[in-house]
Design a protein around this ligand. Structure first.
Ligand SMILES: Nc1ncnc2c1ncn2[C@@H]1O[C@H](COP(=O)(O)OP(=O)(O)OP(=O)(O)O)[C@@H](O)[C@H]1O
Length: 451
């Protein structure tokens, strides 16, 4: 494929130049949820790669990127296939980590200082800049925590572990194996992991450097030192006065490597990649379900009762460690930021689209409350024709339509279907994947939930 792109670079450029610079804007039906921000960071092109960029921030709409890919047309002429993606914030190749930190992450630090749980994930294809971003954020976080501007006395402790499959290792103790267990209160404990108290910026940077030396890496086609594990840096901020410890989790996820990248590395690497991809998929389901719970709580408050989506956080070691973040019964205040890292090179266009699709699926938009009420009330009485119109507008691409509703099914009947039945029907539509079916189901879920 890379050869095809290289041979057609000038054709690609001329096709992109011929596109309408002001395409039809995407319609967004809400604003980002209260405790979750999903952004994308486009790293600079490496000079030695020789491919043009496939990512074009849209000129007439903020936080939307267009991706242009080149396809082999059966008639032999390369054609352009374009898609667009929207996130809460896009950082261009010229953005520095300090800018990203100031704009997006710095607020998590006082939030955790005052007892909240702040979590930052870096997600993306191998070589897309996750470790680059998280390591600089760790250093900037150390400066904010230690520069004396935050009110009150706190003690700060760090633990850094990595997870390979369901096995966990202590990066601050020569990668000694540790176990993850739930204690009597239901909290997940990293049994055997060392926790280091830190007193200044240098202490914190030393701890991070020590951990980095023990991180598991292996070569991939895209990165000679690719991280093949999820690294979790936990900073516990102890407040002796009211005993509610704040927590900051900085999570550098393993590269979401495509199978073709590891094909040359044998069966073990294929197994490892499969495990990484499973844990990333569970993580995605948990982040999205958590955002749905938060959104529903914002919209319906006390009236919501027990009617919250299931959060499958027990399905992988990664999400069990982060139980504080995902357990819907937890009463702790949590804020989560996801940075989807992408490499703009045309050679990476496939994984880039996967990463941005992943990022989009994490977003749960909150419609204005009066809009929800009005829409919900009228939707219950829609006929199947009105329902079809609504589904066409809201079900994404490819459209979920043909088999979703029976000929005379009304709005009220569709909204009462169980999630399983709805997912099953959506999946019968050509080209619709389970993830899209779930995302669509959650839009419906927000609409039909009764206060
Ligand atoms: N924003 C950026 N500016 C300059 N260089 C960058 C940027 N992002 C990444 N790089 C460079 O790209 C290379 C790969 O980055 P990095 O190791 O962070 O990727 P990764 O996503 O963590 O990969 P993996 O999942 O394989 O570990 C590194 O040499 C890094 O210095």
């Amino acid at each position: 494929m890379e050869r095809f792109y290289l041979e057609n670079i000038s054709k690609y450029r001329s096709l992109v130049d011929g596109l309408d610079p002001f395409p039809k804007p995407r319609i967004s039906n809400g604003k980002p949820g209260p405790n979750m921000t999903v952004c994308a960071r486009i790293r600079p092109l490496s000079e030695n790669e020789g491919f043009p960029s496939s990512i074009f921030p849209r000129a007439n709409q903020k936080n939307v990127v267009e991706i242009h890919d080149l396809y082999h047309h059966p008639k032999g002429v390369p054609i352009l296939k374009s898609s667009d993606y929207q996130v809460d914030r896009i950082f261009n190749p010229s953005s520095t980590t300090s800018q990203i930190y100031e704009e997006l992450i710095a607020d998590l630090v006082p939030y955790a200082w005052n007892g909240g749980v702040g979590t930052l994930f870096a997600y993306g294809q191998t070589g897309s800049g996750k470790t680059f971003t998280i390591s600089q954020v760790e250093s900037l976080t150390a400066s904010t925590l230690m520069n004396g501007t935050l009110d009150g006395e706190r003690s700060i402790y760090m633990t850094i572990i990595d997870l390979a499959g369901n096995a966990a290792f202590d990066l601050l103790n020569s990668r000694a194996p540790i176990s993850l267990r739930e204690d009597a209160s239901g909290a997940t404990q990293m049994v055997g992991a060392q926790e280091h108290q830190v007193f200044n910026v240098d202490d914190m940077r030393d701890v991070v450097e020590r951990a980095t030396a023990f991180r598991r890496t292996a070569p991939t086609l895209k990165n000679p030192a690719s991280s093949r594990s999820h690294a979790i840096c936990r900073i516990r901020i102890r407040n002796a006065v009211d005993s509610s410890d704040g927590l900051l989790y900085l999570v550098d996820l393993a590269g979401s490597e495509a199978a073709r990248d590891v094909a040359v590395h044998g069966a073990d690497r294929m197994r490892e990649t499969k495990q990484i991809n499973i844990s990333l998929s569970v993580l995605k389901n948990c982040i999205r379900a958590k955002a749905e719970v938060d959104t529903a709580r914002t919209l319906f408050g006390e009236k919501l009762g027990q009617k919250v989506p299931h959060i499958p956080f027990r399905q992988s070691a990664l999400t069990r460690v982060l139980k504080h973040v995902f357990d819907p019964s937890s009463t702790r205040a949590c804020r989560t930021i996801v940075i989807a890292c992408v490499n703009p090179s045309l050679a990476d266009v496939g994984p880039t689209k996967n990463t941005l699709r992943f990022a989009e699926l994490l977003r749960v938009l909150v419609p204005a409350t009066d809009e929800v009420d009005a829409e919900r009330k009228s939707a219950m009485h829609w006929t199947s024709v009105e329902l079809k119109e609504w589904i066409t507008e809201n079900a994404g691409n490819p459209p979920i339509l043909s088999n979703t509703i029976a000929p005379r099914e009304s709005g009220a009947q569709l909204f009462k279907l169980s999630s399983k039945e709805l997912e099953y029907r959506c999946q019968k539509c050509p080209g619709v994947k389970l993830e899209q079916a779930r995302a669509f189901r959650s839009i419906l879920w927000q609409m039909y939930i009764s206060p």
